[in-house]
Write a protein that binds this ligand. Structure first.
Ligand SMILES: Cc1cc2nc3c(=O)[nH]c(=O)nc-3n(C[C@H](O)[C@H](O)[C@H](O)COP(=O)(O)O)c2cc1C
Length: 172
């Protein structure tokens, strides 16, 4: 466990992982962090999660999102629109969950990557098919979070992304 400042300042996109299993206890913590995210309506959060460790499935997903292929685990975030109260803001809801998950991965000594899927319809349909969803009208694959122990040369570390020029006080 790290302190909050360290987690938020050192998180990096980790795209390659060691060939080492990520324990189910850690995965559960990451899922719990995702579900602690703010949502557009309390109790109507659209998020659902498909946890994938099966190498064949990871390889199939890797045809769509290459970085998934060699990850020890991938979590597909799916927005279930039927659960949502505000039907049009599911991408915001899902983004909040995704970021929480990435931060929790860092907190657990892991690396993570946001593999974008939505709003690319073709990618959404292809991912859906692999995970057993036959219609994306109500079940929308949003992104794939891969996590794992960072491979050599990849690590969470501070990079200064602060830009004072983006800040405006009182008026633009
Ligand atoms: C909406 C979104 C989609 C992304 N999709 C991908 C992706 O498909 N593949 C990838 O390698 N990185 C992806 N990323 C990660 C970004 O490339 C990364 O966050 C950015 O380069 C900044 O680096 P950092 O995360 O280390 O700060 C995505 C990030 C976001 C927020």
């Amino acid at each position: 466990m790290f302190d909050f400042d360290e987690v938020i300042n050192t998180r990096r996109s980790i795209r390659e992982y060691q060939d080492r299993d990520v324990g189910d206890d850690l995965i559960l913590k990451i899922l719990k962090a995702g579900m602690q995210a703010p949502g557009s309506r309390l109790g109507c959060e659209p998020w659902e999660f498909i946890v994938i460790k099966n190498k064949e499935t990871l390889s199939c997903l890797g045809e769509i999102k290459p970085r998934v292929k060699n990850a020890p685990v991938a979590i597909v975030l799916v927005a279930n629109i039927k659960r949502a109260f505000y039907k049009t803001v599911w991408q915001q809801d899902m983004s909040a969950a995704a970021e929480n998950m990435l931060l929790e991965a860092v907190n657990l000594g892991l690396g993570g990557l946001w593999n974008g899927v939505a709003p690319d319809e073709e990618k959404m349909v292809n991912v859906a098919e692999i995970i057993g969803i036959d219609d994306i009208a109500d079940l929308k694959p949003f992104c794939i979070i891969t996590v794992g122990y960072p491979a050599k040369g990849w690590q969470n570390k501070f990079m200064d992304k602060f830009d004072e020029g983006r800040i405006h006080y009182e008026k633009y």
